[in-house]
Design a protein around this ligand. Structure first.
Ligand SMILES: [Zn+2]
Ligand SMILES: [Zn+2]
Ligand SMILES: [Zn+2]
Length: 447
């Protein structure tokens, strides 16, 4: 349940993210022209009037809000701060934002769900302090295309070969793209399996498990160098009720770990290849599940896990060799400065996108993300506060600061219940205004 923002405390609620105006630092703000009126609901009196013509450049700037650092550093910083606050509130509690501190005593695990293999890729193998050969194998074996199936190279971390297939012709690109595209549906099925397993442990029908124990989560997708997503997930068990209460004593971290592991093995999704042969979408065999410790120190603590997830939430698809904006035509694929492997993933997504059986996956719209539909951070509603909640808190905090700066502190008009805000703004362009805009504005001439 989304907690209501306590309006009485918004003046003291610290905003998450760096201080100052977001739009001023945004690299491509949206320009708006128009007027805002704040009216007293009871009397109809105008409490505040703001017109963009009174602003320095005659326009109001709205931050672009892009999550990718490659598109806007400032807005991606804000997103990372919000992601951290949101993830951490659910794992350690955040009384100020309405998530009880007690959640830090509930069973919580941190799990990483991986993708299966779609063919051998070059990899960096580190054991202890030694760097090992990529794929050691005795004999001079090769694939049907005459390419070696072993690789003696000890790949350094920045080696461009890491993540690239040993033989692109052997690599199952269709399977890999469809896996990225179906991972959201696979996750949903996995959570259903977890609930079913919980009900079985409790000895109640699945429809009744919610009266005993509730499962919530936040998950973050991370692209690997091989162009497939991994899911890093925090899962938590609560008792019943709209707000997180203590779960029954039988619901332990060990039980949660077992259920997560069992659900990952059991769950799969049936689809088909373009030639009609069946394709089973399932998790890779590498599954890591570990309990989360309360506290701020060391690996596996709730603070470190929250930081880890927030970092991945902002790592964009470009780190996997994808592109940061949708493709308009297949010809763009050849022009992008990406690896041959990423290009093959994009080309496969584009080509599968013509097949009506995959229409629901919108593969062409998401070809630049190698088929993945871009849900980098998602959560169960119960887990924590929402991004919207954090944004609203920030907007109110700033609005209040502005009121204080103009000497109208204490006007109850900013309280949501007693005022009516009328906004009439129109799109006036993109990008920060320049000196030329200022001169144009003062001349009264058209830009
Ligand atoms: Zn921006
Ligand atoms: Zn290699
Ligand atoms: Zn081959």
């Amino acid at each position: 349940m989304r907690p209501a923002l306590p309006s009485a405390t918004y003046t003291t609620l610290p905003p998450v993210g760096p201080p100052g105006s977001l739009a001023d630092r945004c690299s491509s703000p949206i320009r708006l022209a128009g007027e805002r009126l704040t009216l007293n609901r009871d009397t109809g009196e105008i409490v505040e009037r703001f017109a963009s013509t009174d602003a320095p450049f005659g326009v109001v700037l709205l931050a672009c809000g892009n999550r990718r650092a490659s598109r806007c550093q400032s807005c991606s910083d804000v997103y990372r701060h919000d992601a951290y606050a949101l993830v951490r509130a659910g794992v350690a509690g955040d009384a100020e934002r309405g998530v009880p501190i007690d959640v830090s005593t509930h069973p919580r695990v941190f799990a990483t769900f991986t993708a299966p293999s779609f063919g051998a890729v070059h990899r960096r193998v580190v054991r202890g302090t030694s760097l090992l050969p990529c794929r050691a194998r005795s004999g001079e074996e090769s694939c049907v295309h005459g390419r070696p199936i072993s690789c003696p190279v000890r790949h350094e971390a920045n080696d461009q070969a890491v993540g690239q297939p040993l033989c692109p012709a052997c690599y199952d690109y269709t399977g890999a793209v469809l896996w990225n595209a179906e991972v959201g549906a696979l996750w949903r099925r996995t959570t259903i399996a977890m609930t079913r397993l919980l009900a079985a442990r409790a000895g109640v029908p699945r429809s009744e498990i919610g009266r005993l124990v509730r499962l919530s989560f936040v998950k973050v997708a991370e692209f690997q160098t091989r162009g497939l997503v991994h899911l890093h997930v925090i899962l938590r068990l609560d008792g019943p009720g709209p707000r997180p209460t203590a779960p029954p004593t039988w619901a332990t971290s060990e039980l949660l770990s077992e259920i997560v592991a069992a659900a990952a093995v059991q769950t799969s999704l049936r689809t088909q290849r373009p030639d009609g042969t069946p394709l089973l979408v399932r998790w890779g065999v590498q599954l890591d599940v570990r309990p989360i410790r309360a506290g701020s120190e060391g690996e596996g603590s709730d603070t470190s896990v929250a930081g880890y997830l927030a970092k991945y939430a902002t790592k964009a698809a470009e780190s996997a060799g994808g592109a940061d904006r949708p493709l308009r035509s297949p010809y763009e694929i050849g022009l992008l400065p990406v690896s041959p492997h990423a290009r093959a993933m994009m080309a496969t997504a584009w080509s599968l996108g013509a097949d009506r059986r995959y229409e629901h996956l919108r593969l062409r719209a998401w070809a630049h993300m190698l088929g993945f539909r871009g849900h980098f951070l998602t959560k169960a509603r119960r887990y924590s506060v929402t991004f919207g909640y954090l944004r609203t808190a920030r907007v109110r905090y700033r609005a209040n600061l502005a009121m204080i700066a103009r000497g109208i502190n204490g006007v109850p008009a900013m309280a949501e219940e007693s005022t009516l805000v009328i906004r009439a703004f129109a799109f006036a362009g993109v990008g920060a205004p320049s000196l030329a805009d200022l001169v144009g504005h003062q001349d009264g001439s058209a830009p």
